[in-house]
Design a protein around this ligand. Structure first.
Ligand code: ADP
Ligand code: ZN
Ligand code: ZN
Length: 754
C-alpha cells in the first residue's frame, strides 16, 4: 500500500509554501521520521510531519508526486514534543516550520545519505551505537584547539575546584534552601544569585539528584558562549564523568555548540537523541536538541543577549527553554546575578501576577576557615568624578596610582573600554575630512598596529592615507580612543613600574610590566583567545586591557582591580536596554574581581564617570540589583516599553533607503486601511501601534540601505495575531513598483536591539 506523507524540507525562509511537501512512501512512516526526499534535481533531508496538522501543498498533480528516497534507519523518530517545540518556535517567530525544523538538526544529518548514515551508525560496537568513538573525538578536540593548548582532562581546573574531587562540597545554607525550593515547586525558577554565590554548584546538585532519582532522565544546561566558559564544561565533566570514577558512564556529558566540527556535533546530537548522553551542555542552539527524557533545563546567565538568535528565526533560547519546560514537564532554572528585566518582572510575587519563582542567593561562598575574611566579600565600587580630572585625561590619576599599587603587590588589573581599535575616527584638522566608510554610514576605525582604516560593519580595509585625501594636509589625527590606544597609554603611564617577580622560572623581579590586550582583533586566530586567557591565568600578564569580552564569563581569580574607563555612553543611549546591559556588565566585572580568596586583598571596581551621582552607579556601588531593576521597570512601565508591552521589528534591506521604507510603509498602509474590512481585524488593530518606517541606526552597511518598522502592543496575543495575518501582506507588498530594489526583509519578534 502507498502512503501519503507530509515532509518538511529546508525551504527558503519566505518561499511561502505550505508547511510541508507531499511525498509517497511504501511504509507508513510516523511523524518525526527522518527521510531523504528528492526535490528538483537534488535529494535532501526531510522530516515526516503530522499530515493532520500540516497542510501539504496540494498543487502538485497526484501522478507527479515523488516517493521518499530513503529512511535514515537507526535513528528513532523525533518526539511529538520536539515537533511541538519546533512548530511553536516557527509560529511565534514568524518563520516557516521547515526552516526551523531543519536548522535545528545537526548539519551533517543533512549531508549524509541513508547508506552513509547506516554505515556510520554500524561502525560503532552495539553498546556504543550512536555514541561514536569518543576518545578519537576528544583528542580531535584537543588538537583542534577547542580547548586550551596542553589541556588534559582536569588541568584547567583551579586547585580549589579539584580539592573536593568529584564529590560535592557541603552546601551553604542558601544553597540548601534554594535546592529545597526547587525540589518542592514546579517552577520555572529564577535563581538570582551573586557571582560566586554558588549557582553552578546548585545546578550540579540538581542534576545529580535528578540523575540519581531517575535512571533515564536527561538535563540540558545552556550557557551563552561555551567557548568563553570552558570551566563549566570542566566542572560538569569532573563531577559526572570523571575518568577515575564515572558516575553515570564515561560519556554522560556532551556539548553542543557551533565551535564544534560537524562530525562532533552529529555525535553529540545522536548521543542526546538516543538517550545515552545524560547531560547536554550547549549554547542557544541546544534548546532544540532532541532529548527524549528531558527533565531539567538550566539557562545560566539568562540575561545574556547571546541567547537571542540574530538570523533565520530570531528566537530567544531562554524563552523557548521556558516554553519547552512546560511542554515536557521539565523543571526550568534561569540563573543570573543580574537577571534580564523581563525575567525579573516575571518573578515578582505570584499575587502580583508573577509566573516564575524567584530564588535568592545574595552571599558569595566564603571558602573555608583557612582563608582570610575578605575571601567572600563583594568588591568595593569606586566612582571617579571625571569632572575634577584634567580635561583630556583618559586615566584619572588615582586610578593609575591604584593600578601601580596593585601590580607592585603582584596582583592583576583589568581595564575595559567598549571600543576596539586605536581610535574610532581619523580626521583632518584643516578641512574636516573624516575616515568615513565609502560603503556604510559609519566611520572606519583607525588601527595603528597595522596602520589601517577598517570598517567594523562591512570589513572594508585600506591603508591609512599619508595625507588628507581631500585637501592634502599631512596632519591627520585620531579622534577618540579604542583599546589599542589604552594599551599604549598604559604602557607609558606605567613605564616606571617594574614587576615584583615571583618564584616561577622565567618570571624574574624587575622586568617591565606586561600589558596584554584581549578584544575581537587580538583573538581573530583560532586558539588565540585560549592562549591569551591561559597567559592571564598563569600570571604572565599584569594589566589586561580589553572590550567587554573580558568582563564577561571568564573567571579571573587573581584580578583584584577592574576599571571601566568610559562607560557613560550607555546612560544616554537611544537604546532603552543600554542601561540594563551596562549595569549587568559592570556587576559581572565586579563579580569576576578577586575571586581568588587566597590573595586576601580587598578587590575594587573603578568607574570613571562624568555622572558620579547617577542612579545606576549608586545602585552598583551598593551591589543593589533589585533597586536598579525597580527604577528601570518603573521607567519602562511609564513609557509602555517591554516587559509592559510586546514588540516586533520588521527590518527591510534595499538598494535605496526609499525602497526599504516604501516597502514597510506600504505594508503598514494595507494593515491600517485595507485589512479592517476583515472579520475581527478591527479588534486586533485597536491594540496595535505600527510606527512609521525609519532608517536603522547604522543606515547603510556594505552599500545596502536598511530601514525598520516597530510594531508595539500591550498584548502579546494581539501582536501575534497581527503578525500572522500581516505576513501575507508583506509577501505581496514586495512586488509593488515602489519597492523595486528591495533585497530582503525579516520579522524580529521580541527584538533586543531597536
Ligand atoms: P556562581 O556560579 O554563582 O558564580 P560557583 O558555583 O561557581 O558560583 O561557586 C563559586 C565558588 O565557590 C566555586 O569555586 C565553587 O567551587 C565554590 N563553592 C560553591 N559552593 C560551595 C560550597 N557549598 N562549599 C564550598 N565551596 C563552594
Ligand atoms: Zn583635509
Ligand atoms: Zn563599511
Amino acid at each position: 500500500m502507498t502512503h501519503w506523507l507530509c515532509v518538511l524540507v529546508q525551504t527558503p525562509a519566505y518561499a511561502n509554501l505550505g508547511v510541508g511537501l507531499s511525498y509517497l512512501s511504501e511504509l507508513p512512516l510516523p511523524p518525526g521520521t527522518l527521510v531523504r526526499v528528492p526535490l528538483g534535481k537534488r535529494e535532501m533531508l526531510g522530516v515526516v510531519w503530522d499530515a493532520d496538522t500540516a497542510q501539504a501543498t496540494g498543487e502538485i498533480e497526484p501522478g507527479k508526486i515523488k516517493s521518499v528516497a530513503g529512511v535514515l534507519e537507526g535513528i528513532a523518530p523525533l518526539s511529538t514534543s520536539w515537533q511541538q517545540l519546533v512548530t511553536f518556535a516557527a509560529t511565534y517567530y514568524q518563520r516557516s516550520v521547515g526552516e526551523v525544523a531543519l536548522a535545528a538538526l545537526p548539519p551533517q544529518l543533512r549531508e549524509l545519505s541513508p547508506a552513509q548514515m547506516a554505515r556510520r551508525l554500524k561502525r560503532k560496537s552495539p553498546a556504543k551505537a550512536a555514541l561514536g568513538d569518543w576518545e578519537a573525538e576528544r583528542s580531535a578536540q584537543v588538537k583542534g584547539g577547542g580547548r586550551r593548548p596542553g589541556d588534559t582532562e582536569q588541568s584547567a581546573l583551579p586547585p580549589s575546584l579539584l580539592a573536593t574531587g568529584t564529590g560535592a562540597p557541603a552546601l551553604t545554607p542558601e544553597q540548601t534552601t534554594v535546592l529545597a525550593q526547587i525540589d518542592e515547586h514546579a517552577g520555572p525558577f529564577l535563581l538570582f544569585g551573586a557571582t560566586g554565590s554558588g549557582k553552578t554548584e546548585v545546578y550540579l546538585q540538581c542534576v545529580e539528584q535528578l540523575l540519581a532519582a531517575d535512571p533515564d532522565a536527561q538535563a540540558l544546561i545552556m550557557v551563552p558562549e561555551i567557548n568563553l566558559t570552558p570551566q563549566l564544561e570542566e566542572r560538569f565533566k569532573a563531577r559526572f564523568n570523571a575518568t577515575a570514577s564515572p558516575l553515570y558512564g564515561e560519556h554522560a556529558v556532551v556539548s553542543l555548540h557551533s565551535g564544534m566540527t560537524n562530525p562532533q556535533r552529529l555525535k553529540s546530537w545522536l548521543a542526546a537523541h538516543s538517550g545515552a548522553a545524560r547531560i547536554v551542555l550547549g549554547t542557544r542552539m541546544a534548546v532544540f536538541a532532541s532529548l527524549p527524557k528531558l527533565r531539567l533545563i538550566v539557562v545560566d546567565e539568562e540575561h545574556d543577549p547571546s541567547y537571542k538568535s540574530s538570523e533565520g528565526a530570531r528566537y530567544s533560547a531562554r524563552d523557548l527553554a521556558v516554553y519547552r519546560g512546560k511542554l515536557e514537564g521539565a523543571k526550568v532554572i534561569l540563573g543570573s546575578a543580574t537577571p534580564s528585566l523581563e525575567s525579573w518582572h516575571h518573578s515578582r510575587p505570584a499575587e502580583d501576577g508573577g509566573r516564575y519563582l524567584r530564588l535568592h542567593m545574595p552571599s558569595r561562598v566564603g571558602g573555608n576557615d583557612q582563608l582570610p575574611a575578605t575571601a567572600g566579600a563583594l568588591p568595593l565600587v569606586r566612582r571617579v568624578d571625571m569632572n575634577h580630572q584634567p580635561r583630556k585625561a583618559v586615566f584619572s590619576l588615582p586610578l593609575i596610582e591604584a593600578i601601580k599599587e596593585r601590580v607592585a603587590r603582584g596582583e592583576q588589573c583589568m581595564v575595559f573600554l567598549n571600543r576596539r581599535g586605536y581610535a574610532p575616527v581619523l580626521h583632518c584638522t584643516d578641512c574636516g575630512w573624516k575616515s568615513e566608510c565609502p560603503h556604510c554610514s559609519a566611520y572606519r576605525v583607525f588601527h595603528k598596529i597595522d596602520r589601517t582604516l577598517r570598517c567594523h560593519h562591512c570589513g572594508f580595509t585600506e591603508r591609512v592615507p599619508r595625507a588628507c585625501p581631500t585637501c592634502g594636509n599631512p596632519d591627520i589625527a585620531p579622534l577618540g580612543r579604542g583599546t589599542e590606544q589604552l594599551e599604549e597609554l598604559l604602557a607609558e603611564l606605567l613605564a616606571d613600574v617594574k614587576r615584583p617577580g615571583s618564584m616561577t622560572p622565567g618570571n624574574p623581579r624587575g622586568e617591565p610590566l606586561r600589558i596584554a590586550r584581549i578584544d575581537a582583533d587580538s583573538t581573530k586566530l583560532k586558539g588565540a583567545l585560549e592562549e591569551q586567557l591561559a597567559a592571564v591565568h598563569a600570571g604572565d600578564v599584569d594589566v589586561l586591557v580589553g572590550t567587554q569580552m573580558i568582563a564577561k564569563g571568564h573567571d579571573f581569580r587573581r584580578i583584584t582591580l577592574v576599571a571601566a574607563v568610559n562607560p557613560d555612553g550607555a546612560l544616554f543611549s537611544a537604546d532603552f536596554r543600554a542601561p540594563e546591559r551596562l549595569f549587568s556588565l559592570l556587576m559581572q566585572a565586579a563579580g569576576r574581581a578577586g575571586r581568588d580568596a587566597a590573595l586576601g586583598a580587598q578587590s575594587e571596581v573603578w568607574i570613571q564617570t562624568f555622572q558620579p551621582a547617577h542612579a545606576l552607579y549608586a545602585a552598583l556601588k551598593r551591589h543593589d540589583y533589585p533597586a536598579f531593576a525597580a527604577q528601570q521597570l518603573k521607567e519602562r512601565e511609564e513609557a509602555g516599553m517591554p516587559p509592559f508591552s510586546a514588540q516586533a521589528l520588521v527590518r527591510a534591506e534595499a538598494r535605496t533607503q526609499e525602497a526599504a521604507q516604501a516597502f514597510l510603509n506600504a505594508a503598514r498602509a494595507v494593515a491600517v486601511n485595507e485589512m479592517p474590512a476583515w472579520d475581527g481585524w478591527a479588534t486586533v488593530l485597536e491594540q496595535i501601534t505600527p510606527y512609521p518606517a525609519v532608517p536603522m541606526t547604522i543606515q547603510r552597511v556594505a552599500n545596502v540601505e536598511r530601514a525598520q518598522m516597530l510594531i508595539e502592543s500591550p498584548s502579546r496575543a494581539a501582536l501575534q495575531q497581527f503578525l500572522t495575518a500581516w505576513q501575507d501582506v508583506l509577501h505581496s507588498t514586495r512586488s509593488l513598483p515602489e519597492c523595486k530594489g528591495l533585497i530582503r526583509w525579516a520579522i524580529d519578534v521580541d527584538p533586543l536591539l531597536i
